[in-house]
Design a protein. Structure first.
Length: 276
């Protein structure tokens, strides 16, 4: 059994058995037909993934790994906030007529800030620190900029990373304010696990532990039958991750630079409704 499967199944069971319903409260999200999208939630789930042992992808349903990496590079490498730079359509519902999602995600990572060593955006500053001061306890990125929230079409869900080097291992904490467990939980886990592998490689380190902190882990009302179906499945073993070892520059990675070997998963043909 994949360890990611084990955690996902347990998280969902805990939410469904112990969670808090917001059915009596006014909610912002809506289904496509205009109906309020209610959730059952659990506060503060903390999951730890040891990337030395296995890659944290679930097998009880397929995670679209190629699209995961594409969105990762869209945010962290291209630092884009326009869906026309993305190969999937996962952000279309939040894009305006020009394709912009506002001053969110990649926009924030591209903003340059002044440091005593010069001007850097958040990604380049993080890469600089990992190379020059890996022992630092100040290697942090943050996309939740209060000054620009009014200009974001969606506030960042996964919003900050804290990096920490222990020995030769690059570890990280991913903070997430809100998590749609069915749609995006393993998507985000895989995405930031790939990021950690990429950053470790270009920094002459090894990927260590990814800690995922979710403030509000929830399952939408219309997702419950789907969740109950998939968590009853028998998981497969975790696949192996392959990364092109010749790449030493973060900006040289492409979607073809990383892949999963022997990824077994259960078929999943259900179209998941997404609340907006």
């Amino acid at each position: 059994m994949s360890f990611a499967d084990k955690l996902f199944i347990q998280n969902c069971k805990d939410i469904l058995s112990e969670g808090f319903w917001d059915k009596d409260l006014p909610v912002r999200p809506r289904w496509e037909d205009g109906t309020p999208a209610h959730t059952i939630k659990k506060f503060c789930i903390v999951n730890r993934y040891n990337l030395v042992e296995e890659f944290p992808v679930i097998t009880i349903r397929k995670t679209n790994f190629k699209a995961v990496v594409d969105e990762l590079l869209w945010i962290w490498q291209k630092k884009s906030h326009n869906v026309n730079d993305l190969n999937s359509h996962i952000w279309d519902a939040w894009a305006d007529e020009s394709g912009s999602i506002g001053k969110a995600y990649g926009y924030q990572l591209a903003v340059k800030h002044t440091y005593k060593e010069g001007e850097f955006d958040q990604v380049d500053r993080m890469l600089y620190d990992l190379k020059h001061t890996p022992q630092s306890r100040r290697i942090i990125t943050n996309m939740y900029n209060h000054a620009d929230l009014h200009a974001m079409n969606l506030y960042p869900c996964a919003y900050s990373m804290t990096f920490n080097v222990t020995g030769n291992k690059l570890n990280a904490i991913l903070n997430q304010r809100s998590q749609d467990m069915l749609v995006a939980n393993n998507w985000n886990v895989c995405q930031y696990a790939v990021l950690l592998h990429m950053l470790a490689q270009v920094s002459n380190l090894e990927a260590g532990e990814l800690v995922h902190i979710i403030a509000d882990a929830h399952i939408y009302d219309r997702h419950i039958p789907i969740v109950e179906e998939i968590i009853a499945r028998e998981p497969f073993a975790a696949p192996q991750i392959y990364i092109d070892k010749t790449i030493k520059d973060f900006y040289a990675f492409t979607c073809d630079s990383v892949s999963l070997k022997d990824y077994q998963f259960h078929p999943f043909k259900i179209k998941i409704p997404v609340a907006v």
